[in-house]
Structure formats: structure tokens, C-alpha cells
Design a protein around this ligand. Structure first.
Ligand SMILES: NC(=O)c1ccc[n+]([C@@H]2O[C@H](COP(=O)([O-])OP(=O)(O)OC[C@H]3O[C@@H](n4cnc5c(N)ncnc54)[C@H](OP(=O)(O)O)[C@@H]3O)[C@@H](O)[C@H]2O)c1
Length: 288
């Protein structure tokens, strides 16, 4: 049986669907049982646990041949990342106590970066789980294509998408969450020893101009990308309610300056199948 956290989200959902299609037993680990009804209907066992509570997580992971860890996103972390550290310690203790057969943990492109930024939260998770006795895989996907959900309304209504990724013709590793979940399911079913890192991107790298073009194709009218100037970011993020914009700004700097990148290269990086235009088409139709 595979215990899956984040199952009500995009990656965890795709992962669980892949496992179920392969006839594998799945335990849905959720914080709110009401949100797991559709998974129970598909035959999953449902258990409730909080990602910051070692006791409930231990019970959720007990008896599992494999566990998938989806660390909750924290886009506005306090200095020193205390929110992530609480989750990391609970997850580490739970995995140590429950001792499942193996672990796949969702990490991120750039988790190896030494500069402090938003993704440092995953660097810390990797450091903690590396010490576990069981086999651990860190899956490091590129930028999620689904981040373009924010661009649907401006692309549709004003033919413009605002880009923090720059310059506009610089291609970045991006991947669809469907590919992330599918590959995570494959990894969970494999046998390996020790710690391994798997880096994953989509079929092609994507620049902001490519993203604008994908929107243009789907919407049937011109769409252009426009740079959001770096010197406006802090005031903009604060006006949107962020208290600590610096880690997010440094993450964007990392992509733009190239120090958030894959650690490996070439054939070592796993390629997904889902094309950008398919993701944009889904995002546009979901927006109604
Ligand atoms: N966006 C990117 O470009 C990118 C790139 C690389 C890696 N990632 C990683 O991808 C992950 C996000 O995956 P996703 O897109 O599938 O997310 P998602 O669709 O937003 O789903 C998030 C899932 O996590 C659960 N969750 C959130 N906070 C939780 C908490 N405090 N306790 C327990 N469960 C919690 C949610 O449960 P509920 O249904 O209860 O809310 C949901 O199942 C993050 O770890 C992020 O670092 C993102």
C-alpha cells in the first residue's frame, strides 16, 4: 500500500490516479476527510493527518510499502523558515518511526542552490530526509506550467501576460503537474538503495514569449508577454499582502540569473510528455 500526501491537489491527484490505474492500493492522507470522498469512492483507504503533526503522520505512514511526501507550499515564509521547519521535523520523525519501505519526496529544481530563497524550504527538507535509513528519492521538477493559471484572465481580457521571468526570450525548464504525478508514481514503484535525485522537465523549455504564444493559439487572438520591472517587485508583493517578499524575489532572481537550475544535465534529466499548449487549453477552459 502506498500512502499519499497532497492527494487532493494536482500532483498528488495525478500520482494516485496513476497508482490506482496500475491496480496498486492507495491510502489517501488528508487533513480534512470531507475532501477525500472521491478518493474513498475510488477504493482508497482514507486517513487524516496534519503535515506538522508527527503522531498523526506516523499512524498514516505505518505499514506503507511506499510514502509520497508533498511539502505544503509557503509563499510568504517568516525569516528562517520556521513554518517549513515544523513540517520537516514532523515528517522526518514520522518516517523514522513508521519506517515505510521507501519514500518519494517532492522537491524542486534548484534545491541544491546555496543562496537563500523561497526554495530553501526544500533544501532543508532534502537535508533532513537524507539522513533516514530507508531509500529516499527527491523528485525535483521544473517550474509548473500550471503557474500560468494566474495569466489566464489578463491574457484573455487584455492580450497581455506580466512576467517576472525575464528576459522574455529566456527558456526555463517547465513541466505539467500531470507529468510530475505520473513520474512520481513510477518512481514509487521502483526499487533503489540510498538517496537519489530525479530531475524532471517537460518536452520543451518554455520562455515567457512561448507562454504568450501558447495563450494566443488557445484564445485565438494575439497575446504578448511584458516584463514586470525588478525595481517594482517589492512594493507590488507588499501591496498584495506579502510580509516577507525577499525569498520570493530571490527565487525569481535565481531563475533569471541562472543559479536556480537543474544540477544534472542532458540525458540525466527526465522528460515529461505533456505539452504547454495542452495545459494552457485546460487552464483556459477551467476558467470558464
Ligand atoms: N509551482 C511550482 O512551480 C512548483 C515547482 C516545483 C515544485 N513545486 C512543489 O509542488 C508542491 C505543490 O503541488 P501541487 O501543485 O500539487 O499543489 P496543490 O494542487 O496546491 O495541492 C496542495 C496539496 O497539499 C495539501 N496541503 C496544503 N497545505 C497543507 C497542510 N498544511 N497540511 C496538509 N496538507 C496540506 C492540500 O490539501 P487540501 O486539499 O487540504 O488543501 C493539497 O492536497 C509544493 O510542494 C511545491 O513546492 C511547485
Amino acid at each position: 500500500m502506498y500512502a499519499i500526501t497532497g492527494i487532493t491537489g494536482k500532483v498528488g491527484g495525478a500520482l494516485a490516479r496513476t497508482l490506482l490505474a496500475a491496480g496498486q492500493p492507495v491510502r489517501a492522507v488528508v487533513r480534512d476527510a470531507a475532501r477525500a470522498r472521491s478518493w474513498a469512492e475510488r477504493g482508497c483507504e482514507v486517513v487524516t493527518a496534519d503535515m506538522d503533526d508527527a503522531a498523526s503522520l506516523t499512524a498514516a505512514f505505518e505499514g506503507a510499502q511506499g510514502v509520497f511526501i508533498l511539502p505544503p507550499s509557503e509563499f510568504d515564509p517568516s525569516p528562517g523558515f520556521p513554518e517549513a521547519r515544523v513540517v520537516i521535523e514532523a515528517v522526518r520523525r514520522a518516517l523514522q518511526s513508521a519506517a515505510p519501505g521507501k519514500v518519494v519526496c517532492l522537491s524542486t529544481i534548484g534545491a541544491q542552490a546555496t543562496e537563500t530563497n523561497l526554495l530553501t524550504q526544500r533544501t532543508l527538507m532534502e537535508q533532513a530526509l537524507r539522513e533516514l535509513a530507508m531509500p529516499v528519492t527527491f523528485l525535483r521538477p521544473g517550474w509548473f506550467m500550471e503557474n500560468a493559471a494566474w495569466d489566464v484572465a489578463p491574457a484573455r481580457d487584455s492580450g497581455m501576460i506580466a512576467s517576472f521571468l525575464q528576459p522574455l526570450d529566456k527558456a526555463v525548464p517547465m513541466v505539467a503537474t500531470a507529468d510530475v504525478g505520473r513520474v512520481a508514481a513510477q518512481l514509487l514503484q521502483q526499487t533503489w538503495h540510498g538517496v537519489r535525485v530525479v530531475e524532471l522537465e517537460g518536452p520543451q523549455r518554455v520562455s515567457p514569449n512561448d507562454l504568450a504564444e501558447a495563450f494566443a493559439q488557445v484564445l485565438g487572438h494575439p497575446v504578448r508577454a511584458e516584463v514586470v520591472r525588478r525595481d517594482t517587485w517589492e512594493a507590488l508583493f507588499r501591496s498584495q499582502g506579502m510580509k516577507e517578499p525577499l525569498p520570493r524575489m530571490r527565487m525569481l532572481d535565481g531563475f533569471n540569473e541562472g543559479w536556480i537550475a537543474f544540477e544534472g544535465e542532458g540525458a540525466g534529466i527526465v522528460k515529461g510528455e505533456v505539452e504547454l499548449e495542452a495545459v494552457v487549453r485546460d487552464l483556459v477552459s477551467q476558467a470558464g
